[in-house]
Write a protein of this length. Structure first.
Length: 425
């Protein structure tokens, strides 16, 4: 079973900057007027008009670095990152030592998921201005995106050293600690973020996710409630609160939250997947399958959705369809341990014990510390009459989880069968 949380938010900051020293020189009155109009439109959110005015300035003065730079910022706001990069390239060509152009080009590369190029630009920014706190923060977010969390934390530490009241650096460091499963440290950082910005919804949402990971579900719900109070249209908060309600087995409330998530974002793949899992928990398998179908329609490469639909088919005893879905999961993600395990269970249901054991072997290779896998492989060995191997697996399961009652019970059965097999009274 794979639930989908809406990941903690990393914040990259970059503001629209008006640089007076970059004002046009040629045709000063006319170009200057266009430049001022462009800035006014940009500051009031009339971005199309701003771009038209910057175009006019550049037509009059092709060397107006400020107009290229500010037009690039407007393109970045409009998420037209390739065009933004072109303008920052031109700015850098005209003023090679302007740190602002590098940091914003890096931000554009980051939004295009070109993280290595983004880091190069943040490095250059820091080379030009070693005390530029924002550059360390943004490089840290790029390292986080590359899952280089220790390096990210180093950058957030530097950001905080340069600016101890930089709330978003605490938020970002908290998400990195959370990704490293250092949840207590993450909570400390989210607390600090909230202390500095009490009405910052992302900090509550991220802290809620961390409490959920710590299985402190009531505290998680309090934080998601606060997120929704501050931002009633936060689909992520409804999705994550729904997951927490599901963990508390409050399935109807979970479904309400997933419904709200879908109302806010009709193509929210996570919400369909998660609602499907909750329907599974309610044994409403047909409705679960409908939601997994929708997840797959929206994201045909969602290995988790195929795995989850396979589980629903298995519950309906549609074993061949279940196996097809587990096969597809493995095709999409050959290291998806859960799908080998689930396919193994399905083969076990079909009494194809050798094939079940092959899948349990692969699961153990990928996840060697899960007691339940050894228990189920032991069951397959037991059903094949290989009692000694079954007992070995039950022993391993008990070693990993001394509270695995199934392993104890099945070990007793296997010991009894082994004695019968050996002719002992």
């Amino acid at each position: 079973m794979m639930k989908m949380k809406t990941k903690a938010v990393l914040i990259v900051m970059a503001a629209l900057i008006v640089i007076g020293i970059f004002a046009p020189i040629v045709s000063a009155e006319t170009a200057g007027e266009w430049h001022n109009k462009a800035i006014g439109f940009a500051m009031s959110g009339e971005y199309k008009k701003a771009i038209e005015c910057f175009d006019k300035v550049i037509e009059l003065n092709p060397n107006s670095a400020g107009s290229y730079y500010n037009r690039g910022l407007v393109y970045k706001i409009l998420k037209q990152y390739e065009r933004a990069i072109e303008d920052f390239n031109k700015t850098i060509e005209l003023i090679p030592t302007f740190a602002g152009a590098y940091i914003n080009r890096g931000d554009a590369y980051k939004n295009l998921k070109q993280y290595e190029r983004a880091i190069e630009d943040f490095n250059k920014t820091i080379e030009l201005d070693p005390n530029y706190a924002l550059a360390y923060n943004n490089r840290g977010t790029a390292y986080s995106d590359l899952k280089q969390y220790e390096r990210a934390i180093e950058d957030f530490n530097k950001t905080i050293e340069l600016d101890p009241n930089y709330a978003l650096a605490y938020n970002n460091r908290g998400t990195a600690y959370s990704d490293l499963k250092q949840y207590e440290r993450a909570i400390e950082d989210f607390n600090k973020t909230i202390e500095l910005i009490p009405d910052y919804p992302f900090a509550y949402s991220n802290r809620g996710l961390t409490y959920d990971n710590l299985k402190q579900y009531e505290r998680a719900i309090e934080d998601f409630n606060k997120t929704i109070e501050l931002d009633p249209n936060s689909a992520a908060a409804y999705n994550n609160r729904g997951l927490t309600y599901d963990n508390l087995k409050q399935y109807e409330r979970a479904i309400e939250d997933f419904n709200k998530t879908i109302e806010l974002i009709p193509n929210h793949t996570f919400a369909y997947n998660n609602r499907g899992l909750t329907y599974n928990n309610l044994k409403q398998y047909e409705r679960a399958i409908e939601d997994f179908n929708k997840t797959i329609e929206l994201d045909p490469n969602s290995a988790a959705a195929y795995n989850n639909r396979g589980n629903a088919y298995r519950k309906l005893e549609e074993y061949e369809r279940a196996i097809e879905d587990f096969n597809k999961t493995i095709e999409l993600d050959s290291n998806y341990a859960g799908s080998y395990y689930n396919r193994g269970l399905t083969y076990d249901d079909l009494k194809q014990y050798e094939r079940a054991i092959e899948d349990f072997n692969k699961t153990i290779e990928l996840d060697p510390n899960s007691a339940v896998i050894y228990t189920n492989r032991g069951n397959a060995f037991k059903d094949l009459g290989q009692y000694e191997r079954a007992i070995e697996d039950y022993n391993k399961a008990i070693e990993l989880d001394p509270n695995d009652t199934d392993a104890y019970e099945n070990r007793e059965l296997a010991l009894s069968k082994l004695k019968e097999q050996e002719g002992e009274p």
